[in-house]
Design a binder for this molecule. Structure first.
Ligand code: CMP
Length: 227
């Protein structure tokens, strides 16, 4: 059943459904528990299931021929992935790995099909989610060309804040759970350059650095730096 606890209500897949239909769809899905550091699937494998994160954080990464890694996204509760190889049969376009212990719900092609044909509004919401991702990807691509590393770091922090930020008296706490290396892979720059940008933001009072977390102290100035 889609309720606030499993984060499904916010998922495009469930957005169009009344509670009864949502419970129906939920009953077609299989729960998967993934321990921190474990991969759910790897880039290049065949796949025909999509997943929704109900708890934890999942990173989607790609490895270049020379072994360097790049993170496409870090997803949290209520977010969906794995639908590309389901809608467009072919190999997985990224490796999905648990950043923290995570719980997912998986839905196979055959279980999804009747919902797409029987409930066009479900298909509509999924198309909306794909369109939003394409917008984000285009923006990230433009940033790689036009923005400097500090600007991209500021953007990545604001994006993580949207997903994982929790407001407190002293600022917006963003427990991203990423290592410095992973943060650099998300920004698409070297660890040294990303660390330098973070240290600069901290010295200006935009953020406070903590282990696998940042506290955003001045969101306006950080947003101005993001451009
Ligand atoms: P699939 O190719 O089946 O497996 C990897 C998944 O990563 C893919 O489906 C998408 O759900 C997700 N994905 C691929 N590219 C991006 C991107 N640029 N931004 C966010 N998620 C992505």
């Amino acid at each position: 059943m889609a309720n606030e606890d499993d984060g499904l209500g916010a998922t495009p897949l469930f957005a169009a459904l009344d509670p009864e239909a949502a419970a129906d769809l939920r009953s077609c899905m299989t729960e998967v528990k993934l321990a921190r550091g474990k991969a759910l699937f790897s880039e290049g494998e065949p796949g025909d299931r999509l997943y929704v994160v109900t708890d934890g954080k999942i990173k989607l990464g790609r490895t270049a021929a020379d072994g360097r890694e790049n993170l496409l996204a870090v997803l949290g509760r209520g977010e969906m992935f794995g639908e590309l190889s389901l809608f467009d049969p072919g190999p997985r376009t990224a490796t999905a790995t648990a950043v923290t212990d995570s719980v997912l719900l998986g839905l196979g092609h055959d279980e999804l099909q009747p919902w797409l044909t029987g409930r066009p509004e479900v298909a509509g919401h999924l198309l909306g989610a794909l369109a939003r991702r394409l917008r984000r990807t285009n923006e990230a691509m433009a940033d790689l060309v036009f923005s400097d590393v500090p600007g991209r770091v500021a953007k990545a922090l604001l994006d993580l804040a949207k997903r994982f930020g929790v407001r407190a008296d002293d600022g917006l706490h963003v427990t991203h759970d990423l290592t410095q290396e992973e943060l650099a892979q998300l920004v698409g720059a070297s660890r040294e350059t990303v660390n330098k940008a973070l240290a600069d933001f901290a010295s200006r009072g935009f953020i406070r650095l903590e282990a696998r977390a940042v506290v955003i102290l001045d969101i306006e100035r950080l947003a101005r730096r993001a451009g």
